[in-house]
Design a protein. Structure first.
Length: 147
């Protein structure tokens, strides 16, 4: 009598496996930065991934201008991240702070709760700092504003 129950449990588990695989979090998508002042969209770009700013807490300055990077480019739409696959489940690359132009090495990975852990560092990850980005679930306006 126990054998049919085990077969049923195994069949139920196998039937649910594709659903679990489909709902697995992905590094691709829109991410709210740790300080909650920006939204970065991570997309595939060839075999790598790229991240660009798609939302800003302050999409317009008091004078009506859009925030710009150190080279005068609008921050909205600016690519600030590029990374390639590293070991299983992680990516290695470079990220740039658009406010001062500083670039850092970085590693990215998803934690068990679907949050993005981005560690920026100078020489080695040991000498760095980790930020936690969360999936962005708000809305974006045409001028890079978000709610």
């Amino acid at each position: 009598m126990q054998l049919p129950l085990k077969r049923f449990a195994l069949a139920a588990l196998l039937a649910c496996a594709p659903l679990a695989a489909q709902s697995a979090p992905s590094i691709f998508g829109r991410w709210l930065t740790q300080d909650r002042d920006g939204v970065v969209e991570i997309t595939p770009c060839g075999a790598e991934l790229c991240g660009r700013i798609v939302g800003l807490d302050v999409p317009r300055l008091p004078n009506g201008d859009v925030p710009r990077d150190t080279e005068g480019r609008p921050q909205c739409g600016l690519q600030i991240l590029r990374a390639q696959p590293a070991e299983a489940g992680s990516w290695d690359g470079r990220i740039t702070d658009p406010s001062d132009g500083t670039s850092w090495n970085c590693t990215l990975r998803l934690d068990g709760q679907g949050r993005l852990k981005l560690r920026g560092y100078v020489l080695a990850p040991l000498f760095g700092q980790t930020q936690t980005w969360t999936p962005f679930e708000g809305t974006l306006g045409v001028a890079c504003e978000f709610k």
